[in-house]
Design a protein around this ligand. Structure first.
Ligand code: MG
Ligand code: MG
Length: 253
């Protein structure tokens, strides 16, 4: 069952989304060689709480932190620790915040210092694939249209699509129906309606998209250790398209 959000709910989801966006902007200047992921986590938690919100992921199914910090070949669900960022790293930072019971969810992959050209391309193309997927969203479109568009874009740019993880509905729970896979068939899957809220989140790799999970039961990494990137926005389906909720004040009015 995919819920349709009321106007009031969408207003609260916008506030939550804006807080997630602001947390990304707040963290950005700190993402430099020498900082630990635990320190980034502490900064993010303080910032989210200063906005009268709570971290969505902390305690979610036992996840121990505010952020998911996934470095280089780690795909998602990296746990902040004493690892220091180094020049040439990439780090995917996934942030969820809950405001008055409603969540926002957005991930972004950042570079640390100078990174290889190939990695820059991975980041640019993964970000592009997110928007290629989002551009399919309008009432009457199918969930499969989003995945098909992302998969076509990734494949034509010789990137791997991680298939075991997907986007999702967002509302009073950070993960709701429906699943939003990053692959699919046009015209298949649930039909989108105005007022649905979903997170779209392609996870693409430079090499093979095969993954494994660490002994900590959370962190997901590529088997061939190829770098991976993750870009995510939470959006609401509007009358004629979509609006991004996890964005700044100007666009998210
Ligand atoms: Mg996320
Ligand atoms: Mg998500």
């Amino acid at each position: 069952m995919i819920s349709i959000k009321s106007k009031r709910e969408i207003e609260l989801l916008k506030v939550a989304g804006r807080i997630v966006y602001q947390t990304h902007q707040y963290l950005k200047p700190y993402i430099k060689a020498g900082i630990t992921t635990k320190e980034l986590d502490r900064l993010a938690e303080e910032f989210i709480r200063s906005k009268d919100a709570t971290p969505s992921f902390k305690g979610y199914e036992g996840f121990p932190a505010t952020l998911c910090t996934s470095i280089n070949s780690q795909v998602v669900h990296g746990i902040p620790d004493d690892t220091k960022l180094k020049d040439g790293d990439i780090i995917s930072v996934d942030i969820g915040a809950c405001y008055k019971g409603y969540h926002g969810d957005s991930a972004w992959t950042y570079t640390v210092g100078k990174v290889d050209e190939e990695i820059k391309r991975l980041l640019a193309d993964t970000e592009k694939s997110l928007f290629v997927g989002l551009n399919e969203i309008k009432p009457g479109a199918h969930i499969g249209d989003i995945g098909a568009a992302i998969e076509e874009y990734a494949t034509s740019h010789k990137l791997g699509v991680v298939r075991e993880l997907c986007g999702h509905g967002v509302g009073t729970s950070v993960h709701e129906a429906p699943d939003v896979p990053n692959f699919g068939t046009r015209g298949k899957g649930p039909v989108l309606k105005e007022g649905m809220v979903i997170a779209v989140e392609p996870m693409l790799t430079l090499g093979s998209p095969e993954i494994y999970i660490y002994d900590n039961d959370w962190t997901i990494d590529t088997i061939d250790e190829s770098p991976s990137a993750h870009f995510e926005h939470t959006v609401v389906v509007t009358k004629d398209g979509y609006q991004i909720l996890t964005t700044g004040d100007e666009e998210n009015g």
